[in-house]
Design a protein. Structure first.
Length: 134
């Protein structure tokens, strides 16, 4: 693990890591067990205290079912813009969760992730959006 200073890209990766883990309904312990580190290490990764090696990031991406590029999307934007966007998204998710049970959300997300066909997933998303807009 590199001892070099954490930079804005590291902060972006850590925020995206936490956001994806929470979105999937996984605990820090779930992630720690999967990538063979302590829960404290996951906490340090998510707070951008420790940098994440490329091998570890690859393992995380596989477990979280996202391409590695997911962690770097928006890397050209300022970190403040990203933090504001993530805070707004987290607030929106919290408000939505108040309306439905956590178990329902986790079940729905797991079923959605189980769909392997991107076209079908897009149709599901469109259907849900259409129903929600009614």
């Amino acid at each position: 693990m590199s001892k070099s200073k954490v930079n804005n890209i590291d902060k972006l990766v850590s925020k995206k890591l936490r956001m994806r883990r929470v979105f999937l309904g996984l605990s820090q312990q779930d992630l720690a067990t999967e990538i063979n580190v302590s829960i404290q290490q996951v906490q340090k990764y998510e707070k951008a205290i420790n940098r994440i090696s490329s091998g570890r990031l690859y393992a995380m991406a596989s477990f979280l079912k996202v391409p590695i590029s997911y962690f770097f999307d928006q890397s050209n934007a300022s970190i403040k813009e990203i933090e504001n966007k993530l805070a707004k998204e987290e607030d929106a998710v919290k408000e939505d969760l108040e309306q439905v049970s956590e178990a329902e959300v986790i079940k729905l997300i797991k079923m959605y992730i189980a769909v392997n066909n991107d076209k079908v997933r897009k149709k599901i998303t469109e259907l849900i959006k259409e129903i929600a807009d009614e």
